[in-house]
Design a protein around this ligand. Structure first.
Ligand code: GDP
Length: 295
């Protein structure tokens, strides 16, 4: 994860750390390299500009340059600003006081939605909750079956009505089923499309207004970089998101989406997918990510 970005930044800061005294020119040179590394990592251009400007402003302050370990101090500033860029603290799921809490997962086809529904259900069960998964993706033929298979493997119930039913009715049915069977958390697997279109958004808006989810999470593929950020922007404008699940971070050497999503959309990344297995989902911790990038 983030290997190529981490390698570049770490080599920049190794040079800086080695210096007994750091001049403004040294900081400027380091920031030029940071800027190039972030752009190569496919971080949003505006985000890069703001980030570098902020770090520069703080790093050429006398406190840093006059300190005994100026190189170290610059790295500390970069670390703090990376954490802030990714949202500061980790964000939790909004849980309803009155069960069931309804969590709706949305996203484009192939992003990892169905997989993430089951991963999140497993994660929540480990927290002592009683999840029910609902198969509202009637568009991709194998999705219902896929969720049922995952539910069987994890021993988590799945509500489905096949593929011939309107997803809004399935969501409503799932809600009634959750109440009747005493499940306190309902996870909706909704349909994706290859691209964002009106039909997709219309369907998602209908489900939203019918079941009034407490949490809408967008699932996006980290490997698609700025495309993922653009998708998040559009979904947030049209549907209103509470957060993002960033999948396939295990294969993402660059980190552009992870570093841009919050700054561009205002939506926090709440979870990251780190592999295909059901256990490969973790809450997103900006500070740990920053440490990973800076070594
Ligand atoms: P959907 O169309 O959005 O429901 O996508 P799926 O859940 O079917 O996932 C598409 C593919 O991505 C599957 O092969 C998943 O195993 C894979 N996948 C999902 N999340 C991750 C992840 O975090 N890491 C990796 N390496 N693969 C993932």
């Amino acid at each position: 994860m983030f290997e190529s970005l981490a390698e570049k930044l770490q080599s920049t800061f190794k040079k800086l750390r080695g210096k007994g005294k750091v001049s403004e020119a040294d900081v400027a040179e380091a920031m030029r390299e940071v800027r190039m590394a972030l752009l190569a990592a496919d971080v949003n251009l505006k985000v890069v500009k703001n980030f570098v400007a902020k770090v520069k402003e703080r790093a050429i302050g006398q406190e840093v340059l006059d300190s005994l370990t100026p190189g170290q101090q610059v790295v500390k500033v970069v670390h703090e600003e990376l954490v802030a860029l990714m949202g500061g603290t980790s964000s939790k799921i909004n849980m309803s006081q009155k069960p069931p809490t309804v969590i709706m997962l949305v996203g484009l086809q192939g992003a990892g939605k169905t997989t993430s529904v089951s991963k999140l259900a497993l994660y929540l069960r480990k927290q002592g909750r009683k999840p029910l998964m609902a198969a509202c993706d009637v568009y991709r033929p194998a999705a219902v079956k896929q969720l049922q298979v995952l539910g069987n493997q994890l021993d988590i119930p799945v509500f489905s009505m096949g593929t011939g039913v309107n997803p809004v009715d399935i969501a409503r049915g799932a809600m009634e089923n959750a109440i009747a069977t005493g499940r306190d958390t309902l996870l909706l697997d909704t349909a994706g499309r290859l691209h964002i279109n009106e039909e997709l958004m219309g369907e998602l808006k209908n489900i939203k207004s019918t079941v009034k989810p407490h949490e809408i999470l967008l699932v996006v593929d980290a490997m698609t970089g700025q495309d993922a950020v653009n998708v998040a922007e559009t979904f947030h404008e049209q549907l209103g998101l509470d957060g993002v699940i960033l999948t396939k971070l295990d294969g993402d050497a660059r980190g552009g989406a992870a570093l841009s999503v919050k700054a561009v959309t205002g939506c926090p990344i709440k979870f990251v997918g780190l592999g295909e297995k059901a256990e490969a989902l973790e809450p997103f911790h900006p500070d740990r990510m920053a440490s990973r990038i800076l070594g």
